[in-house]
Design a protein around this ligand. Structure first.
Ligand SMILES: NC(=O)c1ccc[n+]([C@@H]2O[C@H](COP(=O)([O-])OP(=O)(O)OC[C@H]3O[C@@H](n4cnc5c(N)ncnc54)[C@H](OP(=O)(O)O)[C@@H]3O)[C@@H](O)[C@H]2O)c1
Length: 277
C-alpha cells in the first residue's frame, strides 16, 4: 500500500477504514470487528472512528478489532463539538480510550466546529499530547477561514490533517481548501470517498472502470487519492469490497479518465461553502 507522510512523520496508508454506522446493532458487532481485522490484513491499517458513531459503539467495535494488534494500527478518533471544552475534551478522550481498549490514539480530531472556543479545545489537545494519550491532533469539517483561525492559535502549527467530505460529487475543496492545505503541507483526509456507495455515481464511472478491469468503487478511490496530499477512509463491512478498496491504491487513472470524470462531475469554478454530511 502506498503511504503518505503526515507532518509529524507518521507514514500512513493512503487508504484506511471508516467506521460510521458500525457498533449500532449488537448482533452485527462481531462481523464488523471481523471486517476491520480483515482490512488490517489487507494493509488498511488506518482506522477512523469517533465517539459519535453508534454512541461509542463504533469505538468499542474498533477496540475489539485491534485487541492484540494495536501496534499495527494508526488509530484516529474524534471529539464531539459539544464536548470540546477544555475539561470536556480531556474527559471525552479518556472515555474513548476506554472503549478502544488502548492507552493512546495516534490522531485526535475535533469532529466539527461548535460553540466552545477553539483555543480551549487546542489547550486540551496539547495537554492530552503531553500526557501521552494522543500522539497528534487535527480538525474535521473546517473550511478555509476556520482553518486559518485555528492555525493562528499558538501550538496549532503541529496540526496533522483536516478531515472533510471529498469525492467526485463533492469537489468544492479543489477551489480553495485543497490548495491551501497543500501549500501548508497539511494533508486532507477524505471522508465519504465512495460517495456512500451512491448507485448513480458508480454507474457513471463504469466505462472507466472497465478500461482498468476494475470496479467503479475502485475508480472513485483511485480518483480521490490521485492527489499527493489526500488520503481516504472508505467504510465497508464486506470483506470482498475491502479487498477491492485496498487494491484501488494501485490504480493510476489516465489523462483521458480524468477528462471524462471532469465532464461528468465538473470541478468548481468558484468558492463554495464547505459541504458536509
Ligand atoms: N468527519 C466527518 O464528519 C465524517 C462524516 C462522514 C464520514 N466520516 C468517516 O468517513 C468514513 C467513510 O464515509 P462513509 O462511511 O459515510 O461513506 P463511504 O466510505 O463513501 O461509503 C460507504 C458505503 O459504500 C459501500 N461500499 C464500501 N466499499 C464498497 C465497494 N468496494 N463497492 C461498492 N460499495 C462499497 C459501503 O457498504 P458496505 O459496508 O456494505 O460495503 C457503504 O454503504 C466513515 O465511515 C467515517 O469514518 C467522517
Amino acid at each position: 500500500m502506498r503511504r503518505l507522510a503526515l507532518p509529524d512523520g507518521s507514514r500512513i496508508p493512503v487508504i484506511g477504514q471508516g467506521t460510521w454506522r458500525m457498533g449500532e446493532r449488537g448482533a452485527e458487532r462481531a462481523a464488523e470487528a471481523k471486517a476491520l481485522r480483515a482490512g488490517l490484513d489487507l494493509g488498511l491499517t488506518l482506522i477512523d472512528t469517533a465517539e459519535m458513531y453508534g454512541n461509542g459503539g463504533a469505538e468499542e467495535v474498533t477496540g475489539e478489532a485491534i485487541a492484540g494488534r494495536r501496534e499495527e494500527v494508526y488509530l484516529v478518533t474524534k471529539v464531539l463539538p459539544q464536548n470540546a471544552s477544555r475539561k470536556g475534551t480531556i474527559q471525552a478522550c479518556e472515555q474513548s480510550l476506554k472503549r478502544l481498549g488502548t492507552d493512546h490514539v495516534d490522531l485526535y480530531l475535533l469532529h466539527w466546529r461548535g460553540g466552545h472556543p477553539l483555543a480551549e479545545t487546542l489547550d486540551a489537545f496539547l495537554d492530552l499530547q503531553r500526557q501521552g494519550k494522543i500522539r497528534s491532533f487535527g480538525v474535521s469539517n473546517f473550511d478555509p477561514a476556520d482553518l486559518t483561525e485555528w492555525l493562528a492559535l499558538p501550538g496549532a502549527e503541529t496540526t496533522q490533517t483536516n478531515q472533510v467530505l471529498y469525492n467526485v460529487t463533492a469537489r468544492g475543496i479543489e477551489f480553495d481548501l485543497l490548495p491551501q492545505q497543500a501549500r501548508l503541507g497539511i494533508p486532507i483526509m477524505s471522508y465519504c470517498p465512495l460517495a456512500q456507495g451512491d448507485a448513480r455515481t458508480l454507474t457513471a464511472l463504469e466505462p472507466i472502470a472497465r478500461r482498468h478491469q476494475a470496479t467503479a468503487a475502485q475508480v472513485l478511490l483511485a480518483w480521490v487519492i490521485r492527489h499527493p496530499h489526500v488520503f481516504a477512509v472508505p467504510k465497508s463491512r464486506n470483506i470482498d469490497r475491502l479487498k477491492e478498496n485496498a487494491a484501488a491504491a494501485d490504480i493510476v487513472l489516465s489523462p483521458q479518465d480524468l477528462t471524462e470524470i471532469d465532464a461528468a462531475f465538473p470541478p468548481p469554478k468558484k468558492a463554495r461553502p464547505l459541504e458536509m454530511v
